[in-house]
Ligand binder design. Structure first.
Ligand SMILES: NC(=O)c1ccc[n+]([C@@H]2O[C@H](COP(=O)([O-])OP(=O)(O)OC[C@H]3O[C@@H](n4cnc5c(N)ncnc54)[C@H](O)[C@@H]3O)[C@@H](O)[C@H]2O)c1
Length: 351
């Protein structure tokens, strides 16, 4: 077998960036060569886990390190485009955390730089690779669910005030781009448009219900799709103690309900093979009802940041694109921007 070179991996920003570091360190195809953060305490903590990685506090020095092939950009959201562009211009491939940036206009700089430099660039939307998403997507693509009529999506999470106080940038328009919707619920906005198709218009309200922040901690939207389907979308960080992530799809030929990575209901009006409706549901819930950890062991697949980081490493090694490109990541960002515009103006916003 061809002996391919190990990819040099670096992580910029060591909050969620620690999940990138763990994934790169676990990969057989990469070496975790460098870590960068302004926060010395975070750097030192990371160094105890990854003593062979070079530590940087200056991103420019990281970008100048010739051993680095890929940089994961895990900085506060409004810094993504700036640092992703600088990394690609310095010759690095880039994996950007979600959201791509806080507006499509800013995120577009990443796409332009990707095209100009020819570097590989992926976006972290790991929930598309939750194990329960494979059969859900298949039920839609194969037509088993029929025509989609309705979706209901609700991200009912909880964040204490100190979560917002600690980060500084969180819950600000300037650095977070919003609150519960763009930060906590952006994955579910992505799943909504990825599963149900292009959004035509949104009509939304938002409020700051129970936190001392400048943006929002609760949003409610009705969503109309180009297909004619409708959906509701709710996001909040006020649902003590953190309740659920509802992803529910109702089609002319069936219904599917999930809570995040757990399949909860699977009702298909047309039987599949030898199984009747109830037997099929029982089989599907046994496979995908226990969440990623349980299903991954059975299905033999990676999920979460392990999946996305490994895909990025293999993309660079094999000279192909990663699974989620910047323009793909910007689709949910466009919906998020439209929801905020609608909530601010009180108008229905067309996309
Ligand atoms: N994919 C996911 O599920 C997921 C989960 C959490 C966060 N995120 C995203 O990841 C990003 C980071 O979120 P977080 O929760 O890790 O934030 P965080 O504040 O915990 O971490 C960001 C880190 O960046 C460092 N930093 C800031 N400016 C820097 C600079 N100029 N040079 C070097 N380091 C710098 C900070 O010191 C901090 O340690 C956000 O965009 C967030 O939306 C994604």
């Amino acid at each position: 077998m061809e002996n391919k070179k190990k990819i040099g991996y670096a992580v910029l920003g060591l909050g969620i960036g620690m999940a990138h570091a763990e994934a790169a360190a676990a990969s057989e195809n990469a070496d975790l060569v460098a870590l960068c953060d302004l926060d010395e305490a975070r750097l030192q903590k990371a160094a105890t886990l990854y003593p062979d990685a070079t530590l940087y506090t200056d991103a420019e020095q990281l970008f100048a390190d010739p051993r680095v092939d890929i940089v994961s950009v895990c900085l506060p959201s409004a810094m993504h485009a700036d640092f992703a562009v600088r990394a690609m211009e310095a010759g690095k491939h880039v994996l950007v955390e979600k959201p791509v940036d806080i507006t499509c206009q800013r995120a577009m700089r990443i796409e332009e730089t990707r095209l100009r430099t020819g570097k590989r660039c992926g976006v972290v939307l790991q929930n598309r690779f939750n194990l329960n998403m494979y059969p859900i997507r298949e039920a839609i693509d194969s037509g088993r669910l029929g025509d989609l009529i309705l979706g209901t999506f609700a991200v009912k999470w909880y964040r204490e005030q100190r979560y917002y106080d600690r980060g500084g940038w969180r819950g600000t328009w300037e650095m977070d781009g919003g609150g519960s919707l763009i930060n906590q619920a952006s994955h579910t906005v992505d799943l909504m448009q990825w599963l149900m198709g292009d959004v035509e218009s949104v009509s939304s309200s938002m409020k700051i219900a129970n936190h001392n922040i400048k943006t929002e901690d609760t949003t409610v939207s009705t969503v109309r799709f180009k297909s004619g389907a409708l959906a509701t979308f709710v996001s909040t960080t006020c649902a003590y103690p953190g309740v659920s992530t509802e992803i529910c799809l109702y089609g002319t030929a069936g219904s599917i309900e999930a809570d995040a990575d757990r399949l909860k209901l699977w009702k298909m009006s047309e039987p599949s093979g030898d199984l009747d409706e109830d037997e099929e549901e029982e089989m599907m819930l046994a496979r995908f009802g226990g969440g990623n950890r349980v299903a991954a062991a059975k299905e033999g697949k990676l999920y979460g940041h392990r999946h996305v980081v490994e895909d990025m490493i293999l993309a660079v090694r094999d000279g192909r694109d990663p699974q989620v490109l910047p323009l793909e990541g910007m689709k949910s960002l466009a919906v998020i921007e439209a929801i905020y515009r609608s909530a601010k103006t009180g108008e229905t916003v067309e996309l």
